[in-house]
Design a binder for this molecule. Sequence first.
Ligand code: PMP
Length: 399
Amino acid sequence: CKEALSTQRRRENSTPKPESDTLVARPGPPAIVEGIEGCIGNTPLFRIKSLSDETGCEILGKAEFLNGAGQSSKDRVALSMIEIAQEQGILTPYSGDTIYEGTSGSTGISLATLARAKGYLAHICMPSDQAIEKSDLLLKLGAIVDRVPPAPIVEKDNFVNRARALAQAHTASSTRPSSDGSDEPRNSKGRGFFADQFENEANWRAHYGGSGPEIYAQCEGKLDAFVAGAGTGGTISGVARYLKPLLPNITVVLADPQGSGLYNRVRYGVMFDVKEREGTRRRPQVDTIVEGIGINRVTANFEAGKELVDDAVRVTDAQALAMARWLVEKDGVFIGSSSAVNCFAAVKTAQKLGPGHRIVTVLSDSGSRHLSRFWAKAGDVGGAVDTKLEDVLNARDED
Ligand code: PMP
């Protein structure tokens, strides 16, 4: 017995102790869940060390790239839109129904993944200037993909309008109205469902019921600001609608890329004239290298929370690229373009609020979705670099 004890002591002494308590402090692994959709939500919230140390605030990133289906925040929205359509009888699993969507990519990837899991087909329309790896991935998932030339929302060929028209044509060709007004199948093609992330309020509700409560619980009710960009507006509206009644003093900040009209709308109340802003020239909706955020109109999902947005920060492409490089260099955090815009705006918010505040922002997707475009421009982050945060904040286009 004595010998056994001394062997145990020897073993204890020779077992390396964890250098910090991070290894032992982790909670147990999550329980078994049902299907890939069970891997959506409950994403970690982590302290972005470099930005927190530099600003004296606690800047926390919600790791939405860890959602398990399409690996972005859009998993929550895709699941919510499908489940609500199923409850309403608009979609029926394994009936041949096709989900149509206009998307910069992430929502399409989440919808196409969940379509496979739930017995639907997916037909995705996206602007042709978005990173090619997103449409490549959609094809691997078995979705039909239309890459359409970038065009303003007022034009028929805009990616959203194209998806809506295709869904309507599909339903018209495969069903006929029955006496009670519902659609009856005419053949085995099923129906077309236009998911409509911009106007479908299942979008902000997914964040109201998911990301919002998660952030509140993870922060134990203590946070001073929430910072997010708006592509459809679902994230910022849903989270703000959940947090504001619980934390009336919280500051909600819109992170807006160059070319987007929301900044002026929030800061100065400038209203949109869609015809003037989007309708007169054939050009991308929003002139930026950043994908997924920035709009020149008030969608139903932005409308749902726009009165709760207190401030806005405009971020240039050069600043987003510099921030993305910084996060790799200092933290080993490899994120996509919209997340870089969010982090930049989080730093600006920290500087405005002053040290000692807690700021939560969203890391919507990973840099690997942006290799051919955003990260091609950002370049490789060299080994021996020592960038100063000032250089990131003052980054300017080279030309
Ligand atoms: N980041 C990425 C990569 C996205 O695809 C989107 C959605 N288009 C957003 C952020 C913005 O989210 P929301 O649509 O909720 O405003």
